[in-house]
Design a protein around this ligand. Structure first.
Ligand code: SAH
Ligand code: SF4
Ligand code: F3S
Length: 474
């Protein structure tokens, strides 16, 4: 018999009033499970998954597992999945299919699937039926149990499906093996209560819950001690930070300000919801030089009719008001966004409203998507008569405009000096260093590896659509 606990999206939708408790991670008594073994984790989706991957890497390395980039060498192959759009899921199913042959070569290889996809019952059923070479399936709410699950599968030699529909406690003090040495993800909250009608995240990540600020500050202080230069605060809607605390007296603006007073050169955050991007948040960003002048503010659409159907709780006009306030207080800010085209009932006129908004908001970048119906979400059952051809044509037109914004945003730094956090050598050219500016622009320049991890001044000679070319200032 295999061990089995399957998810339900209907259960995941319900929001309990009970306060989520914070518990500290207790190490299982298992030791050295990974001695002499190698692991490989493939991470899909957003930063929430990247942060979870770093925790799983930490858990594995505590047990002696070593990381490998070569699939053939992996004793454990884990795919941390994303459910946001159908093509994200198709990629994972394709990969799972290919893995069958690896298992034939190495029958002892353990294949695990985690993340947002297993939170959907249909995915679990499909894995059970079509991908029997998968040994472990678990979700977003039990990442901390990875070692126990591995132990079960190795010792009992059985399959394990363990997905919880509801969030559990917040677990603190989990080990982390981070991918970067100078920049770090810092979760400040989990889940989402917005229920935008197209979005699966509130179902896959559970209810919104904020991390106790003392743990956040402790984590950031430890990062500073290790020499980290940049932190990115993570949440699906960071502006809601603290709203779930019973006394409700500590907000995202408070947290930002407290962190800005620590000795960390760069603070970023993602993602913000426009509906409650409050004046006090704007003011704190404007006040502190170590909070980066870069704001990602997903708008999704410029049509009030579509925004309403999306349950976004703001209008084109109120969005542009927030944007104007931001430009007034932080004049050189770089603003980026997310946009969905082809949402059910979107007419050409609705789409033109989006184009108009993109022009008015002067975005310097955007992630653009064609609407993808997600089973279990309200929008999946909205009647949709937009053909793929029309949706693609809208996407292309939008992308042309968005790309003009990328170039315009880069051009404004031509002939200027910018601060760059040096990340390492460019993938394509080993003599060229790359890094990001305070406005989140990618810069390429010549230099040697002694400055990797430093913040240096670079003079920008040329701006291109996707990057800047510069020379380091001596
Ligand atoms: N919490 C974040 C984003 C989460 S998902 C926020 O609210 O901004 C990232 C982006 O994926 C969204 O902003 C949206 O533009 C897009 N997206 C989400 N669900 C989608 C769907 N069903 N089809 C197409 N795009 C989607
Ligand atoms: Fe999805 Fe909306 Fe929540 Fe973002 S705010 S994660 S788009 S439901
Ligand atoms: Fe994808 Fe889950 Fe993030 S669905 S976008 S990995 S929260």
């Amino acid at each position: 018999m295999e061990k089995m606990h399957k998810p339900s999206l209907t259960k995941a939708r319900k929001r309990s009033k009970t306060l989520v408790e914070t518990k500290e991670y207790k190490r299982p008594e298992i030791i050295n499970l990974g001695k002499g073994k190698k692991y490989l984790i493939q991470t899909h989706g957003c930063q929430a998954n990247e942060a979870d991957t770093e925790i799983m890497q930490g858990l594995l390395e505590e047990q002696g597992f070593k990381k490998t980039d070569v699939i053939e060498q992996a004793d454990l192959l884990l795919i941390n999945t994303c459910a946001i759009r159908e093509n994200a899921e198709n990629k994972v199913f394709g990969e799972l299919g290919r893995l069958k042959s690896y298992k034939r070569i190495n029958p002892n290889m353990i294949i695990a699937v985690s993340g947002c996809m297993p939170q959907e019952e249909e995915v679990v059923e499909r894995i059970l039926k079509q991908y029997q070479h998968v040994d472990i399936v678990f979700g977003t709410h039990n990442v901390n149990k990875l070692i126990e699950y591995l132990h079960f599968v190795i010792v009992e030699k059985k399959r394990l499906i363990e997905v919880y529909s509801k969030e559990g406690n917040i677990i603190e003090n989990l080990p982390q093996a981070r991918d970067h040495r100078f920049k770090a993800w810092v979760n400040i909250m989990f889940g989402c209560d917005e229920f935008c009608t197209y979005c699966i995240v509130p179902y896959t990540r559970g209810k919104e819950r904020s991390r106790n600020k003392d743990y956040i500050i402790k984590e950031v202080k430890a990062l500073i001690k290790k020499g980290y230069k940049e932190i990115t605060l993570l949440g699906q809607n960071v502006n809601s930070y603290g709203l779930d605390f019973p006394d409700n007296n500590y907000s995202f603006a408070n947290l930002l300000e407290e962190l800005a007073n620590l000795d960390i050169p760069r603070i970023k955050f993602t993602t913000s919801h426009p509906k409650d991007f409050s004046d006090d948040i704007i003011e704190v960003i404007a006040k502190y030089d170590n909070i980066m002048p870069f704001i990602h503010l997903p708008v999704q659409s410029g049509s009030n009719k579509v925004l309403k159907k999306m349950n976004r709780k703001y209008t084109k006009e109120s969005y542009l008001e927030v944007v104007e306030k931001i430009y007034n207080k932080i004049p050189d800010v770089s603003l980026t966004t997310d946009i969905i085209v082809g949402f059910p009932t979107e007419t050409q006129t609705d789409f033109e409203e989006t184009i108009d908004l993109v022009k008015k908001a002067k975005f310097e970048g955007a992630y653009t998507f064609v609407f993808s119906p997600r089973k279990g979400t309200p929008a999946a059952s909205y009647e949709n008569n937009i053909t793929e051809k029309v949706a693609k044509a809208r996407l292309h037109k939008l992308n042309d405009l968005v790309n003009e914004g990328y170039l315009r945003g880069n051009k404004r730094f031509e002939g200027k000096s910018v601060k760059v956090l040096v990340e390492g050598y460019s993938k394509n050219n080993k003599s060229v260093l790359t890094g990001y500016t305070e406005h989140n622009k990618l810069v390429n320049f010549k230099g040697d590896d002694s400055i990797i991890g430093e913040i240096v001044e670079v003079y920008i000679e040329k701006a291109k659509t996707w990057s800047l070319d510069g020379v380091i200032k001596k």
